[in-house]
Design a protein around this ligand. Structure first.
Ligand code: ADP
Length: 870
């Protein structure tokens, strides 16, 4: 396209667009936001807008265009952000009426999935992370920030750890250097669902540049005060975050004042698969919060509490002192119902202090936000009072950390009306009595009528004309009207200037009247402008206190989480677990927290578990499908997680030896594979456990080896169990319906068999869901199939095949004298199983002579076959 043909406005558009080509540019034109070119095409598709062209006469070369009216901005931004887009909002920054030539335009705001602060665009219960990843000589640095709350962290990671951390944080947006786009770890980011990747200039990630950005932001000359090494790779990622935020937020980031290094050693390692398998925050099949552990344990009443709870649940601790501090606090709250209730009542009235403070700090807070903030601050004295003189260390620490910020509260209360209107520039925000000049302006604007009445009376007195009237019209404003009849014989004062003659009357103005008029009409405008200014000053003052407010928000969040956990413990009958260093796991009458909560009270059958150097480190639970194996082993993992996150646990007694890493794998058939074969996925996962588990770890295996043939499966399960027993020595719970594995107990001293008690009478079976010592010796698969409604002929046929198999191979095909002797013949056996079976249907088919078959005979044959099939 030939550039000279561009209008000045399109030139302006091009320039703004070139500054950030990746972002959709929403270009304000009068009452509309318009997009052009490729942006228009992309935007129209995403937003369901009509695509038009700007200059229709150019035919196919015409520039595509799409737009929407300005009041729809927020809702369209929400859609764009949900679609993972970044959008730059360009406004007209001068009044078109006064512009000389082209109206000045500027990008005033860049909205991207990871930098949201607007309430309307955020899920109150979930953190919204922006991450940055950088690679230096094969090592990776990761930093993340929650712009809407000011949480800011960083850590060094390996590539697999990156995947786990990214899955844990579930970020909305990731920053990557333009030079790293082809790096293998970027694939990890791309594989994360719903993660938008934003390319950034490589210099943002350079050590010097990044350190400078961080030092500037945090107001320090070194990061050591935060426990961060200035030379660490992740510092570059953190610096790149700051640079990006400065650019997109176009505001100070006063709430971003602390950098918290993330120490993985202090937290239980939970890889992505484990998190998913255990359905910590989302269910496996539907990905919903409902039915997850998080939803079941969440008794928080504030959004910041809900977010913190999710954070605690996904990063359980490994330091006994830190865990104990949480348990003590929960215990104190659990013992004291009135304390719990008072805190709940007060917290229940609180607004999202963290996000409100962040909005103030980034200059986005609206008057209503500040009112909400003020109301929340008003609750603090009550909360602080309830936290005083507490015995547990954590609650006393919270009390100390809670700053009341009374000045801000007083200032907001004095300045803003109870429920201010949404528009900022139309007045009605500031209370009377807050600012003398504003009061005066308002008085002038409001007092118009009485002044006029007074003035009119004065003029009547002065002229002696009784029905002299002060009126108003749009053309020349205030005037004095004297009818011709009245004027007769009276002298019109010299300062009356004649302006208009109407039927029967003359209209005059006076300098005094004009001066007044000027004041009244301008007073309202000036009052509105002054209100806006006063609001901005107030917002700045609040912004300056953002770090204290964010801290207060953090205290409320913790108080809410601890209180919620105490409430959960009391309502659901949880006990305080004992957390110890030795690798033991002793649970009496343990329950699955989710099933226990959803089943009618008392229906869930509790189970005991004992693992450890004395009790044995591996528990092999055999038994039929649907017996409750999976539930039993998962509940142990969930109890360990709950204990280490600081919660009480669903059991009558629990002693939990710190778990450094927890691995949970559910059978391949339960998990949809993503492109790879299910068996391949399963084995990769298993390899990961075998390579990474330590003697302090906890491994939960559910039906490993199911994605392959029976004999392969048994062999692998056998070998994996041996390895965990002999080499790793970690606490392991293994559920399997391969009852062949019970033989392992004979040669493995630290392995114990258990099975699920089944009541069987007259061919009927009832699962008791009770785990008892000893191996299962029968598979009840066919019974289960019947329960599931599989038709009787199929069940009969299955029984026939089972009998045949048992005759051929003995009742227990596993039964190896040495570990997995049978494997070599296994596959051949599997393949030949069905071929060898006599089958009347197949026999009949084999006998058909196709060459001589007439259509009628074919139909007949089909009928016969159908009958044979039953
Ligand atoms: P498996 O792993 O042996 O196939 P599951 O653990 O999936 O069996 O349990 C099957 C069903 O049995 C569960 O969905 C649940 O409804 C019920 N169940 C399991 N354990 C218990 C229990 N301890 N108390 C009550 N019901 C249970």
């Amino acid at each position: 396209m030939s550039e000279p043909s561009l209008t000045p406005m399109m030139q302006q558009y091009r320039e703004l667009k070139a500054r950030d080509p990746e972002a959709l540019l929403l270009f304000r034109m009068g009452d509309f936001y318009e997009m052009f070119g490729e942006d228009a095409e992309r935007g129209a598709a995403l937003l369901g807008l009509a695509l038009t062209t700007r200059d229709k006469d150019k035919g196919p070369n015409a520039l595509p265009m799409a737009g929407f009216p300005h009041p729809a901005l927020e809702s369209y931004l929400a859609k764009l952000v949900q679609a993972g887009q970044r959008a730059a909002v360009c406004e007209q920054v001068e009044d078109p009426r006064f512009a000389k030539g082209l109206v000045k335009r500027e990008v005033v705001r860049v909205v991207s999935p990871g930098t949201l602060t607007d309430e309307a665009l955020l899920d109150p219960k979930a953190a919204n992370y922006l991450v940055a990843v950088v690679e230096v000589k094969g090592k990776l640095g990761l930093a993340w920030v929650e712009v809407s709350t000011g949480q800011f962290s960083l850590t060094g990671v390996s590539r697999t750890e990156l995947a786990d951390e990214v899955a844990r944080l579930n970020p909305a947006e990731a920053l990557v250097s333009e030079l790293s786009l082809d790096a293998p770890w970027v694939r990890t980011l791309r594989a994360q669902p719903g993660l938008a990747i934003t390319t950034r200039p490589s210099w943002d990630f350079q050590a010097e540049q990044a350190r400078k950005a961080l030092h500037d932001q945090l107001g320090t000359t070194t990061l050591t005060g935060f426990g961060v090494d200035d030379e660490a790779i992740e510092v570059r990622a953190a610096g790149a975050l700051v640079a990006y935020l400065r650019e997109t937020q176009k505001s100070s980031l006063g709430h971003l004042t602390r950098l918290a290094p993330y120490r993985r050693a202090d937290t239980m390692a939970l890889d992505e698969m484990t998190r998913r398998s255990l359905e910590l925050t989302r269910t496996l099949r539907e990905g919903k919060r409902e039915g997850s552990l998080l939803q079941v344990i969440d008794r928080t009443v504030t959004p910041m509490g809900a977010r913190l709870l999710a954070d605690w649940l996904t990063t359980p601790l490994t330091r006994p002192d830190l865990i104990a501090a949480r348990h003590e606090a929960v215990a104190e709250l659990a013992r004291d119902p009135s304390l719990r209730n008072d805190l709940r009542d007060a917290l229940g009235e609180a607004y999202d202090l963290e996000r409100l403070a962040a909005r103030a700090a980034t200059g986005r807070a609206m008057p209503r936000d500040l009112v909400a903030l003020g109301k929340t601050l008003a609750l603090l004295p009550r909360i602080k009072a309830r936290l005083t003189a507490r015995r547990s260390r954590r609650l006393s620490e919270l009390e100390t950390a809670l700053e009341l910020c009374p000045e801000i509260r007083a200032e907001i209360a004095a300045a803003l009306v109870e429920s201010p209107p949404l528009p900022l520039k139309e007045g009605g925000l500031i209370k009377d009595g807050y600012h003398p000049e504003l009061d005066e302006l308002r008085e002038t604007a409001r007092g118009g009528k009485s002044w006029i009445a007074k003035y009119q009376a004065e003029q009547v007195r002065r002229t002696g004309i009784d029905n002299l009237k002060v009126g108003f019209n749009q053309v020349f404003g205030y005037y004095i009207e004297i009818s011709h009849a009245q004027a007769r014989g009276k002298t019109i004062p010299a300062d009356f200037i004649r302006k208009q003659t109407v039927k029967n009357a003359e209209r005059y103005i006076t300098p005094e009247l004009k001066e007044y008029e000027d004041r009244v009409l301008k007073a309202e405008d000036r009052a509105n402008a002054l209100e806006y200014e006063l609001f901005l000053t107030l917002r700045d003052r609040v912004a300056a206190e953002a770090p204290r407010l964010v801290q207060a928000g953090g205290v409320l969040a913790q108080a809410d989480v601890l209180r919620g956990l105490a409430e959960l413990a009391v309502k659901q009958g949880y006990c305080q677990p004992e957390v110890v260093a030795e690798p033991v796991l002793e649970i009496e009458a343990g329950r699955h927290p989710v099933l226990d909560a959803v089943m009618p009270p008392g229906d869930f059958v509790p189970n005991d578990t004992a693992l450890g150097p004395d009790a044995g480190t591996i528990l092999l639970i055999t038994g039929p499908n649907m017996a409750g194996k999976s539930t039993a082993i998962r509940q142990v993992a969930l109890i360990a997680i709950l204990a280490q996150m600081g919660s009480f646990v669903p059991a009558s007694r629990a002693r939990v030896g710190i778990v450094d890493r927890l691995f949970a794998r559910v059978g391949a058939t339960d998990e949809l594979s993503r492109g790879q074969s299910t068996f391949m996925v399963e084995m990769t996962e298993t390899a990961n456990i075998l390579n990474n588990a330590t003697p302090q770890s906890l491994v939960i295996l559910d039906e490993i080896g199911r994605g392959t043939s029976t004999f392969d499966g048994i062999s692998l399960a056998w070998a994996i169990t041996e390895h965990l027993h002999d080499r790793v020595g970690c606490r392991t719970l293994f559920a399997t319906h391969y009852h062949e594995l019970v033989e392992l107990e004979k040669t493995k001293p630290r392995l114990r068999n258990a099975n699920v008690a089944v009541l069987e009478s007259e061919g009927e079976i009832v699962f008791l869901h009770r785990i008892v010592p000893g191996g299962a010796d029968q598979s009840y698969g066919i019974h289960v199939a019947r329960l599931a409604g599989v038709p009787a002929p199929v069940l009969d046929r299955a029984r026939e095949i089972l009998a045949f198999l048992e005759k051929q191979h003995g009742p227990d095909p596993g039964h190896p004298s040495g570990p997995i002797r049978k494997v070599k013949t296994g596959r051949a056996l599997q393949n030949s199983l069905f071929a060898a079976l006599p089958d009347p249907l197949l026999d009949a088919l084999r006998q058909v002579d196709l060459a001589s078959l007439t259509p009628e005979a074919a139909l007949d044959l089909l009928k016969r076959l159908r009958e044979l099939a039953g």
